[in-house]
Structure formats: structure tokens, C-alpha cells
Design a binder for this molecule. Structure first.
Ligand code: FO1
Length: 321
């Protein structure tokens, strides 16, 4: 455990599968009461009367050690009888929900309807699955990522799952973001953090919404924590998902240098892959330190190895403050 090396607390900002992997690595080396994972909820949506929080669930299942190892989302070995039943009634089963996964959505929806906050509902579900790290939604308020493409606007999961990310993204907006507030738990975690880790998640639709919640970017910038990011782009490509094409179509460079430019006002250290070693000098010229290592994560031990290197690297570099 990190305790032997550092007694401070760690906050990780995460979206879906890539973020969940590093969060699991951190959870393996930081004691549960010292690790908070703040998760994007702008992918959340309602389907068949249920409230689905894909990124929260991906992180929760991964930390609980039950995530589907092939997809990275959903539960390992889950069956799909309920989805098949839904299809029998003529509904399009476009979003693949497993039977055990349905249980999560049913209880989340039930608890939200009786007035519980998403923060408390998430804590209850994660605790029941044995997750010891603190899992926090970025806000309890509704926020929805909208993808603007070719003269029309798509809800995020319509773009991502139903249309398989085939559309060129011309703009991204977050409906509800102006009225969304960070929770007291999120703000307290940021203030108390000695390290803030920007997980290798899509900077536009995963980390982007977290930073857009009123006051979050400022709270992170003001925090005395050392801030370290892991580039989700390796060799110009996203490891998973459409981040590379999205960056390019929105006018950003799809490279570790592009990621550094997007986070330049926030990060002290950027961790990049060995493949991108030649970008290190240009990134350091932006005013942050660079740690070069193997960032493509395999199984749990590998995630812990990267998490350990990230925390050791940021401790060496320290905060700019
Ligand atoms: N992603 C897919 O590409 N296809 C699916 O059918 C799908 C179902 C799904 C169910 C539950 C869940 O928690 C996540 C699921 N995802 C699926 C992943 C999800 O759409 C994306 O990972 C995120 O929204 C982007 O981070």
C-alpha cells in the first residue's frame, strides 16, 4: 500500500474503460479511505424506465473485480435473458444490458426515485460489491453529452453505441451543465487531495464534463495537490473508443502533445507512452514534466505497476505550487 511512501489522499478523475483500469491500479496500491474516484456522469441516460450510469458502473465493476474482461464494461459472465425478453416484445435491444447489470439499474432507479442522491446510491451499490475506494459521481445533477454532427444533434449513447461512432463530431455540448453543481463530497475530496490523477480517458467527453461542472476546473487548479495525467493517446491513436477521431475533427492534435496542450493549465506531470518518447521535449516546453513509461495496461498487476509509477513520478516532480 502507498501508505509506506505517502500518507496523502489521491483523487482520480475517470470516464469509462481506460479510466477504470488505472483506477483499479490505484485501488491496488492506495488504501480505500485514501482514494476517491470522481466519475463522469454525462453519459448517463434513461432506457426502458431505468437510469443507466455507464461510466460509474464501468469503474464500479472494475474496482469490484467483476467487469467483463473482453468489453471492459458490463459484468463478467453475465447472461442476457432480460434483453432477449425485451426484444421479444418488439423493442430494439441496441444497448446490451446483462441480467446482473439490470439489477444495478433497477435499484439505482428505485433509490433515485425515492429521493436519494446519486452520490449516496452509488456509495451503497459500490459498498455492497466490496469496493473500498470512494466512488463519486461528478455531480448529482443531470448532465447529458450531446454530439453535433452533420446538421443534427445526437444523444451520446445514440452516437456511441447505436451509430457506432460513425459520425464526424463537429461539436460537443453538455446539456444541463450550467445548472450542475459539484457535490460537497467532490469538492472536499479535491481540496484534501495530495495527488490528482487525470486517468487516460477521453479528454472531451469523459474528463471534459467533469472539468465543466461549475467551479471544478478552478477547484482543481487552486488545489495544492500535485496533478498528473496519463495520455489516452498512444502513437496518435486512442487505445479504445473514438477519442483520436474526435480530437482531430474538433481541431485538436491527436497525440500526447495535443493532450498536454489541452491540460496545460492544470497538469504538473504528463505520463506518456514509450512510443511517444520523442514528444517529451515539446511537452516539457509547455511547462510540465514528462514521465515516459509503458502506459498500455494489461491485467491488474500491470495496472498497479502503472499506478505506482504515476504516483512515484508525481512525487518526484512535485506540484508547481
Ligand atoms: N458500449 C457499447 O459499445 N455497446 C453496448 O451495448 C454497451 C452497453 C453497455 C451497458 C452497460 C454499461 O455500463 C456500458 C455499456 N457500454 C456499451 C459502454 C458505454 O456505452 C461506454 O463505455 C461509455 O458510455 C463511454 O465511456
Amino acid at each position: 500500500m502507498l501508505d509506506a511512501l505517502d500518507s496523502g489522499s489521491v483523487v482520480a478523475l475517470a470516464g469509462g474503460v481506460g479510466g477504470a483500469k488505472l483506477a483499479q491500479g490505484l485501488a491496488g496500491i492506495v488504501e480505500g479511505d485514501r482514494l476517491t474516484v470522481i466519475v463522469n456522469t454525462a453519459d448517463d441516460f434513461d432506457l426502458w424506465g431505468l437510469h443507466i450510469s455507464p461510466d460509474l458502473d464501468t469503474v464500479m465493476y472494475t474496482l469490484a473485480g467483476i467487469a467483463n474482461p473482453v468489453t471492459g464494461w458490463g459484468i463478467a459472465g453475465d447472461t442476457h435473458h432480460t434483453l432477449a425478453g425485451i426484444a421479444t416484445y418488439g423493442e430494439d435491444p441496441w444497448f446490451s444490458l446483462g441480467d446482473r447489470d439490470f439489477a444495478t439499474h433497477i435499484l439505482r432507479t428505485e433509490r433515485l426515485r425515492r429521493g436519494d442522491r446519486l452520490t449516496d446510491v452509488t456509495g451503497g451499490l459500490a459498498g455492497a460489491l466490496g469496493v473500498t475506494a470512494r466512488l463519486l459521481p461528478m455531480t448529482d445533477d443531470p448532465v447529458a453529452t450531446m454530439i453535433h454532427t452533420d446538421g443534427r444533434t445526437l444523444a451520446f449513447q445514440d452516437y456511441f453505441v447505436a451509430r457506432r461512432q460513425q459520425d464526424e463530431v463537429e461539436a460537443v455540448s453538455f446539456a444541463g451543465i450550467d445548472d450542475a453543481r459539484p457535490t460537497a463530497e467532490v469538492l472536499a475530496a479535491v481540496v484534501a487531495a495530495s495527488v490528482i490523477v487525470f486517468c487516460p480517458s477521453n479528454p472531451i467527453v469523459s474528463i471534459g464534463p467533469i472539468l465543466e461542472v461549475a467551479g471544478m476546473r478552478e477547484a482543481i487548479a487552486r488545489s495544492n495537490a500535485a496533478k498528473v495525467g496519463v495520455s489516452p493517446i498512444v502513437g496518435g491513436k486512442a487505445l479504445k473508443g473514438p477519442a483520436d477521431r474526435m480530437l482531430a475533427s474538433l481541431g485538436f492534435e491527436s497525440s500526447a502533445l495535443g493532450i498536454a496542450r489541452m491540460y496545460r493549465d492544470l497538469l504538473d506531470v504528463l505520463v506518456i507512452d514509450e512510443t511517444d518518447r520523442e514528444l517529451a521535449a515539446s511537452i516539457e516546453a509547455l511547462g510540465m514534466r514528462v514521465l515516459v513509461t509503458q502506459t498500455v495496461m494489461g491485467p491488474k498487476e500491470d495496472r498497479e505497476r502503472l499506478a505506482g509509477e504515476v504516483l512515484a513520478g508525481v512525487r518526484r516532480a512535485g506540484s508547481r505550487k
